[in-house]
Design a protein around this ligand. Structure first.
Ligand SMILES: [Zn+2]
Length: 250
């Protein structure tokens, strides 16, 4: 069946001499791969369209192994992200996270909209880290992996301090036995996580996320992505860490 849909290009790779293999995210069709034939030739009409992070209207038809890109029209290129090395790295991280956490060909409307919202917010927000933590938590929620942050999962106590157990995806109080791999979670990091899950990107720019809490939330999310989905290393994440090592703390 032909697909006519909005899509965002998560990644592109070279195929043969002149083709590109696109990894796309569509609301209804989900994550799919499509070949854009001849798109690396400079005279191709679509040379600037078939770039990562472009949002467009696409016409695709089914092929033997992959969909075939027939034509498309650019909706948005997120040029504000592409001009800023740090933001571009975060945007690539969001796309890579979607690519690795989504099954192929399953409807992903909410995740498609979440990714667009994350890119919009990343473009205008002065603090990419808070956009990233908010995106990670809401992506986990959409994947059915929302961490349980209300009370100790063992005794039900709502009194902190708490530890976070990435294997169980939940909190444990200091009075209950804690499995290997759990780590302390501050009350303030917990409050930020609840806020990000409750309100999403709504008025996110008023949240001043300090470095310590950012690190804690990052540890929670990377623990969940690793335990539940086996996502341990991403190229874009390595690059973000290298960038952080070279830039002064804000
Ligand atoms: Zn407990």
């Amino acid at each position: 069946m032909e697909l006519r849909s909005r899509a965002i290009i998560l990644r592109t790779g070279n195929l043969g001499e002149a083709d590109k293999l696109l990894t796309l995210l569509l609301p209804q069709a989900g994550k799919i791969k499509a070949v854009a034939r001849g798109s690396r030739k400079t005279k191709s009409r679509f040379v600037s369209l078939v770039e990562p992070l472009n949002l467009g209207h696409f016409l695709l038809k089914p092929g033997k192994t992959f969909y075939i890109f027939i034509q498309g029209e650019l909706i948005k290129s997120y040029s504000g992200l592409k001009r800023d090395l740090e933001k571009l790295a975060y945007a690539q991280y969001f796309c890579e996270l979607c690519e690795h956490s989504l099954p192929e060909g399953e409807p992903a409307e909410k995740i498609f909209l979440l990714l667009l919202a994350a890119l919009e917010n990343l473009e205008k927000d002065a603090c990419p880290a808070r956009v990233a933590r908010c995106f990670e938590l809401n992506l986990l929620e959409e994947l059915g992996l929302r961490p349980a942050l209300e009370a100790c999962s063992s005794c039900g106590s709502k009194e902190g301090p708490f530890y976070f157990d990435p294997a169980g995806g939940s909190l444990l109080c200091t009075g209950c036995p804690r499995p290997h791999g759990s780590f302390p979670l501050s009350a303030s990091a917990l409050a930020f996580m609840r806020r990000f899950l409750k309100l999403g990107f709504y008025k996110l720019s008023v949240c001043r996320l300090p470095g310590r809490e950012n690190k804690e939330i990052r540890q929670v999310c990377s623990g969940l992505f690793s335990h539940a989905l086996g996502i341990d290393r991403l190229k874009s994440l390595d690059f973000l860490q290298q960038l952080a090592a070279f830039s002064p703390p804000k």
